[in-house]
Design a protein around this ligand. Structure first.
Ligand code: PEP
Ligand code: MN
Length: 342
């Protein structure tokens, strides 16, 4: 159930609604908007209904949330969109974020030169994996802590916030020292203990849709983070498995408007991993931006022919500025402006 407070509700009205909810064994989840405070009551619906909160001081409305995900549901925020702030950059609403960088942290030169190039072109954040989920256990698994150290250096040089993947909850401490946004990879979207652990850190998180996951499953993954009290969740469409074999994955553009109808969370699109080849990265990015995505996470490499991982899909660093200019124009069609440091 969702309890929408009146715009003029006092702190003591809010506190006493929270107490009533907790008195029946449910959990109260507060969300303060600019005008309206909404309290999510999570627990047995009948118990909450019996409290008769409609008549309580300061309460405007009690609305049942019918979907299995509650905190990530659009109903929870009464249609208001979540805007996440990361080091002065805004994600969501009318802001468009460009997250760019290599698939994998390979060397100091590669990381620093890519970070400098994408920063100079106006990227919003820098991506790069230090821990890599590889299909083969014999493939390069990432530089680990040394990779994190290089990401920290890239951040120090460019000021760009860092997006990097956490695969194993045992690595959460070193990741927290560097990551402004923790990436949950497609293969870990249903790793519920990992999601809950990230929820407890409070650090912004980008959750990639699983290879064969429905949008509802993606929103339930977000729910695991939100439930721990971390509101800073971004959803990411990165391509799903279909019967089509002409490309690696099918980028589900329809997921963008659909997720926005179902949820208040920002929607980011990864145009690199679905095609697996760089010539499709621009058209997919334009489509995503024009369809209203809140941002893009794209792989960029100074010398993709020599990349250890995902070489064929990484766009050339020297072409990144021209790429970003075109994507910005598509984002403008959807009424969005590139997000940079305030
Ligand atoms: C990546 O971003 O490099 C990555 C491994 O992505 P995904 O989890 O979507 O495959
Ligand atoms: Mn990759």
């Amino acid at each position: 159930m969702m309890i929408v407070m009146q715009p003029g509700a006092t702190e003591s009205d809010i506190e006493s609604v929270v107490e009533r909810i907790e008195s029946c064994g449910a959990r109260a989840h507060l969300s303060r908007g600019e005008e309206v405070t909404v309290i999510g009551a999570i627990g047995d619906r009948e118990h909450v209904q019996r409290l008769g909160l409609e008549g309580h001081a300061g309460v405007q409305q009690v609305v049942p949330i019918l979907r299995p995900y509650k905190l990530s549901s659009n109903q929870f925020k009464s249609g208001e969109r979540s805007v996440i702030e990361i080091d002065g950059r805004r994600i969501g609403g009318e802001h468009f974020s460009m997250i760019a960088g290599p698939c994998t942290v390979e060397s100091r030169d590669q990381v620093l030169s890519t970070a400098e190039t994408v920063a100079a072109a106006g990227a919003s954040m820098f991506r790069g994996g230090a821990y890599k989920p590889r299909s083969s256990p014999y493939s390069f698994q990432g530089l680990g802590q040394e990779g994190l150290r290089l990401l920290a250096e890239a951040k120090e040089r460019t000021g760009l916030p860092i997006v990097t993947e956490l695969m194993d909850a045992r690595d959460v401490e070193p990741i927290l020292e560097v990551a402004d946004v923790i990436q949950v990879g497609a293969r870990n979207m249903q790793n519920y203990p990992l999601l809950a652990e990230i929820g407890r850190t409070g650090r912004p998180v980008l959750i990639k849709r699983g290879l064969s996951s429905t949008l509802e499953e993606l929103l339930m993954a977000a729910e695991y983070v939100l439930k721990e009290g971390n509101p800073n969740v971004m959803l990411c469409e990165r391509g799903i498995r279909t019967f089509e074999t002409a490309y690696r994955f099918t980028l589900d553009i329809m997921a963008i408007p659909m997720l926005k109808e179902l949820s208040h969370l920002p929607v980011i699109v990864d145009p690199s991993h679905a095609p697996g080849r760089r010539d499709m990265v621009l058209p997919l990015s334009l489509a995503a931006a024009a369809a209203g995505a809140d941002g893009i996470i794209v792989e960029v490499h100074p010398n993709p022919e020599e990349a250890i991982c995902d070489g064929p899909q990484q766009i050339y660093a020297e072409e990144f500025a021209a790429y970003l200019e075109q994507v910005e124009r598509a984002a403008a069609v959807a009424g969005k402006v590139l997000s940079a440091a305030a």
